[in-house]
Structure formats: C-alpha cells, structure tokens
Design a protein around this ligand. Structure first.
Ligand SMILES: [Zn+2]
Length: 291
C-alpha cells in the first residue's frame, strides 16, 4: 500500500557527472512522487570526500534544473549531517546493537562475509578501528513496488556490517537510513543495483525504531558487455544532451511511450499525466545505449 502524500527523493553521490542511469532514477522517483501529488526531495550523498569529484554536486543540481526537475525543499547535504550519524551510532552502541571492530581488510575472508571476530570484544593486542552493526539470524523482508517480495538474512549474505569506517567516515547504509527518516521519505525509488542493500537498511531501521519506507527498484541501464552504463558515461554525461531528447529516452527506458517531437515543457506535462508505473520493465538490468 502506497502511503499518501508520497515524499520521494533522489540521492546521487557527487562522484561524477549526471549520467543516463542517474537520470532514469531521478525521473522515476520524480514521477512517482510528483505524479501522485506528492513531494520530491534532493539529497547529495557527499559523505565520502576521497571519492568526490570537485564541482560535481553543483553540476548535478544544475543539470536536474535544466531537465526541469526542481526539489520541493532545500537540498540536504550529507556532509552537514555527521552529528546525526554519530547519534545513531551511539544509540546502537548503547543498545549493544553495534560494536567496535579491530579487523583490517587483510583480516577478512575472501567471501566478504564478516565472521564476527570482534563481536564479543576486541582480540587481545588489537585496537578498535571501525564500528559494525550487530545482526542476528533474522530475515528481513519487503514488498518492492516493482520487483515483488524480497526477503534476505543479512547475517548470511554479508554478516555484521560497518556503519562507521576506520577512517572515521560514516557508511552509506547508516547515512541513508538516518536521512530518509530525517527527510520523512515515504517512498524510495532507485536503481536495482541497490536492491542488495535494502534488507541491511531495513535491519538498521528496525534497530533505530525508524519506520520502513516503500521501495521501488528500477531497472539499471547496462551496456551490451554487461557493464553499468554509468561507468562508461562518466565521459559522456547526460548534461551535454538536449534535455527533451534525453528525457524522452529515459521515459522510454521506464516503459512509457511519450509522443515524439515534444519540447521539454510539453514532455513533462505528458509524463505527469500519463505516468504508469505498471509499464516499467521488471528486469533488474536492461541493455541500453543510453542517450
Ligand atoms: Zn573485527
């Protein structure tokens, strides 16, 4: 059941230019929210300065405006939210739902599944580095608005995961959960490449007493050789394209059949009037040439 009014969001990381894959997620989240009379918010996920590309946030915001998408409220920058993330980490530590971990990358098995080395305390002679979230064997589940019923035990798929890194930065999984609550997001529409993260985020929501939003995971555009289009398109950003042409392509990718030859403004009017999420392809990946 979709909650009304919908508060949706688009939350890019400023690690490069806006590309076709991110445009699809922006358009899908925008039409789901605004098309149902709700609000659409923008969040810049700039919590990882080493990965950030200078000037990328401003350029993404400009590109979105040029495409005709304006957020219903101020842009939230994750770099301004470290106190809230630390509060959440402290809350989990106090509740014994998180613990310090002394392991470095070389201590971890090739599977990537954390074996729980530090869950009962730091081994003698070692020093705490990161903070991990403590999982039990619970299965977490949700009904994705596109991909159907999803259930997973994060304890089996990844084990206790890092919420605060050894370098002092907060992990994406924690920040996204804290900020979706802060922005009162009721519906998360994003690429299916993030489907694997969702049960981890639901586990954190439950531990922090946060209400679970609805989820819709859109197909991700890949090239014929199976690579995520976003990688290649860092050199071919969507911002260089005619916005009406690129929007038309994004709508087609999402299963909509807009009339040809419409200008940007008429295309948005058409899209808001005709948006039909039952037409979105249900695959997790679709081969696409982008724009
Ligand atoms: Zn450890």
């Amino acid at each position: 059941m979709t909650r009304h009014p919908v508060i949706g969001r688009f939350a890019p990381s400023p690690t490069g230019a806006l590309h076709f894959g991110s445009l699809v997620a922006a358009v899908g989240s925008y039409l789901e929210a605004v098309g149902s009379g709700g609000n659409w918010l923008l969040r810049i996920e700039d919590i990882d300065p080493p990965r950030e590309v200078a000037g990328s946030s401003a350029r993404m915001i400009d590109d979105l405006q040029r495409f005709g998408m304006r957020a219903d409220g101020p842009v939230l920058y994750q770099s301004s939210r470290t106190e809230a993330y630390q509060d959440a980490v402290d809350q989990l530590l106090v509740a014994n739902k998180a613990y310090p971990c002394a392991c470095s990358r070389k201590d971890l098995p090739a599977s990537g599944i954390y074996p729980g080395t530090c869950k009962d305390g730091i081994p003698a002679g070692k020093h705490p580095r990161a903070i991990r979230f403590r999982l039990d064997s619970s299965i977490f589940e949700f009904d994705d608005l596109l991909q159907g019923h999803i259930s997973e035990s994060p304890a089996n798929s990844c084990g206790d995961f890092v919420i605060k890194r050894a370098d002092g930065l907060f992990a994406y999984q924690l920040a996204v959960v804290v900020d979706d609550e802060f922005q009162a997001i009721t519906q998360v529409v994003r690429g299916a490449d993030l489907l694997d993260s969702t049960c981890r985020q639901i586990a954190l929501q439950k531990a922090l007493g946060i209400e679970q939003p609805d989820y819709m995971h859109l197909p991700v555009a890949i090239s014929a050789d199976g690579k995520k289009l976003s990688k290649r398109e860092q050199t071919d950003p969507v911002g260089h394209q005619d916005p009406a042409y690129a929007l038309h392509k994004a709508l087609y990718f999402l299963g909509q059949k807009p009339l040809g030859g419409l200008g940007l403004e008429s295309l948005w009017i058409w899209a808001l009037e005709h948006w039909d999420n039952t037409l979105i392809p249900r695959q997790k990946e679709i081969i696409s040439a982008g724009v």
